[in-house]
Design a protein around this ligand. Sequence first.
Ligand code: COA
Length: 366
Amino acid sequence: MQETRNGDAMKTGIASIGIQFPPLAMPVEDLARLRGEDPNKYTVGLGCKEMALCPSDYGVVELAVQAARRAIERWGGSLDDIGLIAVGTETSVDMSRPLSAWVASELGIKGAIRSYEVKHACYGGTLALRQAVEWRLSGAARGKSALVIASDVSLYAQGDPGEPTQGAGAVAMIVGEPLIAEIDPISYAYSEPAFDFWRPVGHDYPLVEGPLSLECYQRATSECFSALIGDNDPEEFLRGFAALCFHVPFPKMVKKAVQRLGESFGWDEATTRFFFEEKVDPTMSWNRRCGNAYTAALWISVAQTLKGLREGERITAFSYGSGFGAELLVLRAGPLAKRGEWANDVEGDFKRRSQIDAKAYAELRA
Ligand code: COA
């Protein structure tokens, strides 16, 4: 497959997207009743709506494989054109064997391919994507494309405050010709070591310092956006973007980060509200239907947002992973963004999935 060129700058980006959600879901109000909480705490306080859930025989592998299958089918390229498979996840099924090996096995991919898993909490999918983009830009890809997957199942201990934020989902992207979106070669990273959210080896569920994770996320947001904006006027600069997508652990966390950004820019309340309501809140509709899909959460928001964009319109994508690391990317819509064919996957999955009640949820968790 030939690279495209614009002057000296080689362009690369997303050529195809496939998304997969699991076959079960439950409204957070049902969980609230089960836990004796006011449903408004989950819906208004956290901004959550539904949790996507996996049956006992279904998980991160099935999500990743199906998302990849959908991305490849829609792409229409040959498996021989893939030179790299990278899977970002924090739901690893093995300490040694990468999740990419399960995907390659199911899809029948082998040969002169670099295949691996990337771990950095919810940031792993973005790191996999960045590595694929930089592999293409370096020339090492020799014209081949990459299959990048972000796949996760987020579950907390029963009764944990994070339980209503649970979710699952996978996004697969073919990184090659920028037909859906061009990814800017320059991105804005920021990291600091912290124990805000972690899962020690052998633990089934993560340990969370909730307030610290909120603080780290907000600091990372400010640092990355300041680096992107530089000496420009923040309001004028950010108005130039069609939307601002964020990693979505739960929608209130994103809202708080935008409020913090507004404060750091010296915006009044109305300006901050405008940016949140016009440029951020609409990007989280699918996230509200699936809950926190960890590495996939940002790319679910990006995929939803790209659909319908005119060629050339730009968006930002803010990735955050506990521990912590963050990166802000700029994407420019390509000619296939407007059609947004991958939305069919999402609408189909949401329509077909079964809504379970609190009793079935309790049985599933048992
Ligand atoms: N009606 C409306 N809102 C209510 C409410 C009610 N009855 N009861 C509480 N709330 C609001 C609170 O005011 C608060 O909103 P605010 O932060 O804007 O003030 C919100 O609901 C959450 O309440 P809080 O008491 O802080 O919840 P909690 O102590 O149970 O914590 C989490 C819940 C999810 C915030 C916390 O567990 C957490 O941070 N979890 C994980 C964080 C994470 O996912 N990190 C990943 C790293 S990216």
